[in-house]
Write a protein that binds this ligand. Structure first.
Ligand code: NPQ
Ligand code: MG
Length: 368
């Protein structure tokens, strides 16, 4: 396969409600959509970087820049392009996993589409639908939080994840447990908001029977996660800390976590995401698929990933309506707590021209 050209687009999608985490408040999802033209047809992808470098060091216009100036020129110069070759070809460029992931995803889509194979089958998926959960932002009041959780449980979500930060942890968790009972699968995600000196306080979460506590400490601080894991009954799950299969092996060896959140963008692509899954499986450690407020493109590909056997917990792959009133693709819906894995070739979905045009704020074409 040869790469012939590319189109980079920024789209702007208003969120149905503001999404507040310990990192800040999001009201709109600006996304970068990539369309590759190859000798065998087109391929689509999105880059999950956000406007600002807060969740990770990458940010959207920076990702577009590195894709435009370094990644695509390198790939456009290659005679033979295939999905596994993307990470190799871009291996000389350090960092930028979300930008690399987007490029690899578009090559995967084009290549699998040409071969008539779906991403789930290609990655080794074993499920046609996957169990899903929902991530619930920090709210102004406990009542507001209880209202949201009630709505999501009624919608059928199989797991509720509460965003926490110092000052918004024990009390909201207690309120949700007391209101909805012990059988609700409940987790919390701190997005790195705590310090090692908070270990005693975090142990206070043990009494609520949480499935896991996600990323309490800084990404590079495996040590404090291991210290917490040693004194807490609730399993520790890492998100921001895991940027490769190698990292996953290190974290597991150090006892820093016993569950891993996998986001393809964070680890440099769907192929590395599968390797993280494989490392975890070899350790008997469950994984689940995280979410980055993806458009339908990333949502579709994440469903394929989450169909692999090691994905043992419901993912942050919610219905489109959890985040957006209009998406660039057809919407995904939740039925009985599950979303169907797209069945078509490649990532199994393409943007609808009308919605894509309505939501696009800029387009740029690249040729050899
Ligand atoms: C997490 N996501 O698991 C992330 C963090 C996150 C669904 O909880 C814009 C784009 C804002 C991506 C805020 C969920 C975001 C974002 C938070 C990702 O840690
Ligand atoms: Mg997280």
């Amino acid at each position: 396969m040869k790469l012939c050209g590319a189109e980079l687009r920024f789209v702007s999608m208003p969120l149905v409600t503001p999404f507040r985490t310990s990192l800040g408040t999001q009201t709109v999802r600006n996304a970068l959509v990539l369309r590759l033209e190859t000798s065998q047809g087109e391929g689509w992808a999105e880059c999950v970087a956000d406007d600002e470098p807060d969740y990770s060091p990458e940010y959207l216009t920076g990702a577009a820049d590195v894709i435009r100036r370094f990644f695509l020129p390198r790939l456009l110069a290659m005679e033979e392009l295939d999905p596994a070759g993307v990470a190799v070809a871009l291996g000389g460029f350090r960092g930028h996993p979300m930008a690399k992931s987007a490029v690899e995803m578009a090559v995967l889509d084009a290549s699998l589409r040409a071969a008539g194979m779906g991403l789930s089958a290609y990655l080794g998926g074993v499920r046609r639908r996957v169990p899903v959960g929902v991530s619930v932002g920090i709210t102004d009041t406990i009542d507001e939080l209880l209202g949201l959780v009630d709505k999501y449980l009624t919608a059928g979500y199989l797991r509720i994840k509460l965003k926490i930060e110092p000052g918004w942890d024990i009390e909201p968790v207690r309120a949700v447990r007391e209101t909805f009972g012990p059988s609700v699968a409940l987790t919390v995600d701190a997005n790195t908001a705590y310090r090692q000196s908070d270990i005693r306080h975090l142990r206070g979460l043990d009494e609520f029977g949480l499935l896991l506590v996600e990323q309490p400490f800084a990404p590079e601080n495996l040590h404090s996660h291991a210290r917490l894991a040693a004194v807490m009954e609730t399993p520790i799950c890492l998100d921001e800390s895991i940027t490769s299969a190698h990292d996953a092996a290190t974290a597991l060896r150090q006892g820093a976590c016993s569950i891993i959140n996998i986001k393809p963008g964070r680890v440099g692509g769907y192929l590395e995401a599968r390797r993280v899954h494989d490392v975890a499986q070899a350790h008997g450690v469950p994984v689940w698929c995280g979410g980055m407020l993806e458009t339908g493109l990333g949502r579709a590909a994440n469903l394929a990933l989450a169909s692999l056997p090691g994905f043992q917990l419901p993912g942050d792959i919610s219905a489109t309506a959890r985040y957006f009133t209009e998406d660039i693709t057809a919407p995904f819906a939740v039925a009985e707590g599950h979303i169907e894995v797209p069945a078509g070739p490649g990532i199994g979905i393409t943007p609808s021209a009308d919605s894509l045009d309505r939501l696009t704020t800029s387009i740029e074409r690249l040729t050899p």
